[in-house]
Structures are given as C-alpha cells and as structure tokens.
Design a protein around this ligand. Structure first.
Ligand SMILES: Cc1cc2nc3c(=O)[nH]c(=O)nc-3n(C[C@H](O)[C@H](O)[C@H](O)COP(=O)(O)OP(=O)(O)OC[C@H]3O[C@@H](n4cnc5c(N)ncnc54)[C@H](O)[C@@H]3O)c2cc1C
Length: 368
C-alpha cells in the first residue's frame, strides 16, 4: 500500500492550488481526480472573472479570501504566463434602479477593503464603454478576467514542479480510518492509498466525499448557471465585464456581460437550482431569453446577436438563492485528519490561491 502525507481529492483549481501550497521538501502530496483531465468541472465552466471582493458580507471568508486571492492570482498569472487582463469592471445602475442600492454596494465593497472603488457618472461609463447605458456606476479597477483552462494547466505544472503528484482518472471510491486514528485508507479502483491528511476539494461532490471519509454531514445543492454569447460584430460592443446591480437579497450577481481573454463575450449566468449534479443541458433556456437582460446593458442588441453558450453548475451549501452561504474551510470535527474545502462557489476561482493558503495551515496542524 502506498503511504503519503497529504491526499487531495479533486483536481479543480482549488484542489490543484492546495496541492501546490501543501507541497514542500520531504513531504509526499498526491491529488486524486476522477476525470481523465484536470479541471473539467466547475473550474472551467464559469465566467472567468477575477472578482475584486465587493459583494460578500464583511468578515466572511468569501470577503477576506477574495481580496487576498485576487492579488495572489494576478501575481501567479503574471509569473506563470496565464492569459489575463486586469481590465476593471463596471456595475451599472439604470433609470429604474434606486440610487441607494449603488451606495450600499459601494459601502460594502469598502468595508471589505476594496479600496479603489469609485462611484462614477454616465459620462465616465460612456468614455470606457460607449455602447453601454447607465445612469451611474461603480468602477472597480482591480476586477479582471482570466483564461481558466490556462490557469488549470499552470497550477498543475507548478504543483508538479514542487513534487506533488496528480493522478487523473482516479476517483476516491471509499475510505476508512485505522483504529488508532493515525491514517486514513483511501480506496480507488487501482489501489488503496494510506494518507496522514486528506483535503476534500471535490466541488459538487464534496458532500459525498465527506461522508465517505467519515467527516461532517452537509449537502451540496447544485445550482446551474446558463450562458449565451454575443456573435459577430456585437462582440466588439463591450471590452470589459459589465454587471447590473445584484439582486437585492442574497448574492445572485445578475446576468452580466463578460469578455473572455480569447475575444468572445459571455452573457449570463442565470441561476436555477436543480436536482442532478451532472445535468448541464436539460431544459435549457432559449437564446431569446438572454436578449432582454442584455439590452438593459447594451440597448442596440438584436435577437440575432445572441446565441446559446455553455453552462456551469455551482456547488452551493444553501438551497436558497437569496441566502448567503460562506465557504466551508475547516479541520473536520468528526474526522480530524480531514480538511474541508467545500461549498466553494463564486468567488472560488478568484480565491483559489488564498483558500489553498488557509487549507495548508490546517494541513500543517494535522501533520505536526
Ligand atoms: C456559472 C458559474 C460562474 C462562476 N463565475 C465565477 C467567476 O466569474 N469568478 C469566480 O471567482 N468564481 C466563479 N465561479 C465559481 C468557481 O468556478 C468555483 O468556485 C471554482 O471553480 C471551484 O473550484 P473547485 O476546484 O472547488 O471545483 P471543481 O472545479 O468542480 O473541482 C472539483 C473536482 O473534484 C473532482 N471530484 C469529485 N468527486 C471526486 C472523487 N470522488 N474522486 C476524485 N475526484 C473527485 C471533480 O471531478 C472535479 O474535477 C463560478 C461558478 C459557476 C458555476
């Protein structure tokens, strides 16, 4: 039986960042990913926005780790050649939006130490994005976009260069703890691996993985986000992320426009809870459903300018779209050799490196 110090379950951006961060000389780190390729689930099915940290309740893990993670992510992208643009983003208010909502959001961002936010007027928006209509907006210069596929590859390369080993096509099937509580035996179809510490970074399946490892009980609620995309010349109508004001309650950010580093423009995502974790395409909204929300931001859009895009599924800890739920990052109370990195919905892409730092401290506690 193979014996290793740290096993990470899940090869998305969070698991890969944890592999990179927990690896050090004299320590064996191994990552299990059930798919043949790394990062094929939520990590590459999202908006690819580097969030500044505006939206989350002050004091929450999401608020703190987003601000820390954003800066770490820009540094990582620069050092490792990951395509990205620190292009800033606009959160715009239309004529029907109450002014106080913009003020409230600005105050929340500042409470989260997003210190470069500015309240700007219609002329400012027009100078930056001449095709976008807005009465006023929040300008967030430290928001940006990143190429998620390239990020996954760079995190993998960097983890390997620190001697962590990633095993794709290697699902965790089952586990049990030895009687003395010194080890966890992890069963995969190929072999059983004996680990001194395990990190649960299994995304949509973190609840199943926690149960298999004897960790605390929780439920991951899959919540689909659907996208359309702009076609043809309409792709040049916007050059940076443009968001509406978020829904009053909870954290749905509203259907927004996000240019990608490769020149397309995504419209979305929507928010819909569903029963199945793997259902990306069933009962999809038609492209026509995205025209009206797009027009609120870009009034010249015509139905022919919009076609269907991809989907992504959020791993939510709450079944209620209007409720805030924080990341679950902790040493498990029921299985002390387990560190949970669960409920990592947005801004988990932005925060993957700061999540990994926190996880690494908890892993050190287990191993010392
Ligand atoms: C529609 C949408 C838009 C988003 N937009 C943004 C955004 O703009 N900015 C942002 O910061 N965040 C965004 N997010 C959130 C972000 O995508 C996630 O927080 C992040 O990708 C989570 O990464 P992860 O590694 O935890 O999960 P995943 O990428 O899902 O990785 C988990 C991995 O675990 C593997 N796994 C599961 N079970 C097992 C097992 N038993 N054995 C082995 N492997 C297993 C899976 O195969 C998977 O590869 C968005 C999410 C969605 C859905």
């Amino acid at each position: 039986m193979e014996e290793v110090d740290v096993v990470i379950v899940g090869g998305g951006v969070v698991g890969l960042a944890c592999a990179r961060e927990t690896a050090r000389p004299g320590r064996t780190v191994c990552l299990l990913e059930r798919h043949p390729r790394l990062g094929t689930e939520t990590s590459t099915h999202n908006s690819g926005v580097v969030h500044a940290g505006i939206y989350y309740p002050p004091g929450s893990l999401k608020a703190r780790l987003c601000v820390e993670g954003r800066d770490a992510l820009y540094r990582f992208c620069e050092t490792h050649g990951v395509p990205h643009r620190r292009c800033g983003k606009l959160i715009v208010a239309g004529p029907e939006d109450d002014d106080t909502r913009l003020q409230d959001l600005l105050a929340r961002g500042r409470a989260n130490a997003v210190n470069d936010l500015e309240l700007v007027d219609r002329d400012f928006v027009r100078r930056l994005e001449p095709n976008v209509t807005a009465e006023a907006a929040i300008w967030s210069p430290s928001s940006g976009i990143v190429d998620t596929e390239a990020l996954v590859r760079a995190l993998h390369r960097n983890a390997c260069s620190r001697d962590a080993i990633a095993l794709p096509a290697m699902p965790l099937v089952d586990a049990h703890a030895d009687a003395g509580g010194e080890w966890l035996d992890l069963r995969t179809p190929a072999e059983t691996i004996r680990a001194r510490a395990v990190v649960n970074a299994a995304g949509l399946y973190a609840d199943d993985v926690s149960a298999a490892l004897g960790g605390r009980a929780f439920t991951i609620h899959p919540c689909r986000g659907e996208y359309a995309e702009l076609v043809g010349a309409s792709r040049s109508l916007v050059t940076r992320p443009v968001y509406p004001l978020p829904a009053r309650a909870g954290e749905h950010l509203g259907v927004h426009l996000t240019p990608t580093t490769w020149g397309s423009v995504m419209v979305g995502p929507t928010t819909r809870y569903q029963q199945h974790k793997r259902d990306h395409e069933g009962d999809r909204l038609p492209a026509a459903a995205f025209v009206e929300p797009t027009r609120r931001l870009l009034p010249t859009i015509r139905p022919d300018d919009v076609r269907l895009g991809g989907t992504g599924i959020r791993a939510k800890l709450s079944p209620d779209a209007t409720a805030f739920s924080d990341f679950l990052i902790e040493r498990d109370a029921e299985q002390p050799r387990l560190v949970q990195a669960a409920g990592i919905d947005s801004p988990g892409l932005t925060a993957c490196l700061s999540i990994a730092r926190l996880v690494s401290v908890l892993v050190d506690e287990i191993l010392t």
